[in-house]
Design a protein around this ligand. Structure first.
Ligand code: ZN
Length: 303
């Protein structure tokens, strides 16, 4: 016999799918109902599987999510123990962003959001809102195309978790161990409101720390002058890049290391912004001018 909470979840999930939201079945634990087909491949060495459904099987959590009713039915048919559904965030067309406003102990996400709004000069929009079994609230907002909102826990405020790209929200109509998720009265027919600009500035991922680019690799056997030649190229400013590259390549070929150092010199030239074609042509003309010279020198040296 089909469990009424299962039927309820399927109906609500399908209704969400018809609004363009991507959904997938959840167990009572709020975790994806379908287990990963890669669970036995995961280990301390291999780490979690990088597969996001490319293998064609079900069980990739939020990556299973779909707004195609046939696919949603298929997912639920494979998980008769499902009691709820997740709504994927960050997907077109809504680019859903979830604000999870806690209401536990001292945490008061709604108060925190009001304070943030005052401090950052935005208005909390009236939008679709889900009430959680613990009395917390999920505000559903839509984000702009192209903005990747990262998931965060208590980053923007102590009582606020953010669900963005790769995250999901427990859909209204779901039953979990804690109880039922339901729509806040009066918000059921509201579409997710556009997230205000002042809030988006807080949600955008923090800028990545500058990654120092790896040093130009100088092959072994390149001779003692190779590193200074590479640095000579790296130190060029616009307008002298080609001359300096040519000079360095000539010195390399002159000393018989041209073939070994050529790639490192081209690499250095690319880093200062010379197009690869141009850099290779320059190194090539140095080779034509001094390559033979080096070979002749080697022959006369008896090498
Ligand atoms: Zn897979």
């Amino acid at each position: 016999m089909v469990h009424p909470d299962y039927t309820h979840a399927v109906q609500h999930a399908l209704a969400a799918a018809t609004q363009g939201l991507a959904v997938f079945p959840l167990a009572r634990s709020k975790l994806p109902a379908l287990r990963s087909p890669h669970r036995d491949e995961t280990g301390p060495v291999t780490g979690p599987s990088p597969c996001r459904g490319e293998c064609g099987r079900l069980g990739h959590g939020v990556y299973d999510a779909s707004s195609d009713p046939a696919r949603v039915r298929e997912l639920f048919a494979a998980a008769p123990w499902a009691r709820g559904y997740g709504v994927a965030c960050g997907r077109p067309p809504q680019h859903l962003i979830g604000l999870d406003l806690d209401r536990k102990g001292a945490a008061d996400g709604m108060r925190d959001l009001t304070l943030l709004a005052a401090a950052h000069d935005f208005t909390v929009p009236l939008t679709r809102t889900v009430i959680t079994p613990s009395g917390g609230r999920h505000l559903w907002l839509s984000g702009p195309v192209g903005l990747v909102v990262s998931n965060s826990v208590r980053r923007i405020a102590p009582g606020i978790d953010v669900r963005g790209s790769g995250g999901y929200l427990v859909g209204p109509g779901s039953r979990t161990r804690a109880g039922r998720y339901r729509l806040a009265p009066g918000t059921a027919y509201l579409p997710p409101a556009p997230a205000p600009a002042g809030l988006l500035r807080l949600l955008a991922p923090p800028p990545a720390p500058p990654t120092p680019s790896a040093p130009v690799r100088i092959p072994t056997g390149a001779g003692r002058s190779a590193a200074p030649l590479v640095n000579f190229v790296l130190g060029s400013v616009q307008g002298e890049r080609n001359e300096r590259l040519y000079w360095a390549a000539c010195r390399a070929y002159e000393t018989g290391h041209g073939e070994v150092v050529a790639d490192a010199l081209v690499d250095a030239a690319l880093r200062i912004g010379l197009p690869e074609r141009e850099a290779r042509a320059t190194v090539h003309s140095a080779a034509r001018r001094f390559g033979d010279y080096a070979i002749r020198a080697r022959i006369s040296d008896g090498r």
